[in-house]
Design a protein around this ligand. Sequence first.
Ligand SMILES: [Zn+2]
Length: 310
Amino acid sequence: MKSSKIKTDCPVCGPGPTAPVGECHQLPVVKCCSCELMFVGECNEVAETEDFFRSDHVDNEDDTQKFYVNFRKDSLQREAAVISRLKPDGGRILDVGTASGYFLKQFAEAKNWDAVGVEPSAVSTKFAKEKFGLNVHEGYLSEQKFVDESFDVVTSLDAFNCHRTPNEDLSEIFRVLKPGGVFAIEIPGQSYRMLTGSGMLCRLFFGCSLRLNAGVNFYFYTTRALVAMAERAGFELSDSYAESTPINGNIVSRIAKQAYFSATAMLYRMTAGQVHYAPKEFLIFRKPEVATLKMPTAATLTDKSMKKAA
Ligand SMILES: [Zn+2]
């Protein structure tokens, strides 16, 4: 079947002018002229992308072990510790894009957590179920029809860039979270990404203008863009942390990566995230308590009653 390409719009601003940035995997990468968010300007049909993640993106268990357990362990342990601190009494957690399940396993093993995963890849779902005994739904979040306000925590770890319908998915996450619930998301650091994946060095070493894994990633979020989208869905940003890409390779490479991460994480902390060159970022959003949003205070009630009466 010959795939046709469809034009995509900025998920923050909607349809509008864009400027070309370059090409990656034969796909055009553009920048929104209004908010400067970079994204893949033309993509396959959404259903075609979804099929790709169901069957082709991860096609063997060895890669799942290597890329989604071994390489990711440190980050996933740090992130699980943050969630446990935020919700010491536990609850029901949903991980969207479960991958190997290593993150979720840390909650499934704890007595006070009920852990649920959603993962499109058939291979990864099987891996997470068999290796860690997890409750993982194969497919996409939108297909699950979870009950309203049925989770205390929803997580999306290094997966949101792969979502083709990010605004719809944020609304769905908001819907299934309980008021006061936590939405925690890990995204690549955009400055780091451009530092390592574009420009002269990229051309010299890799023979391409951009290394953004387009076709697997579709939107290259800045913190500002993601926060704007999450706030529009109803979330409030409550905290953020610098995160790292895997510290792997030979000893020299590991020392260099660790030093870079330590330095950029310190800078991130000192500037409250304003100076962000860290490889990744872990953002914590809250769904506001309905009571504090919707319940009128005594003062507003009086005010309204008076207006009605007038
Ligand atoms: Zn925009």
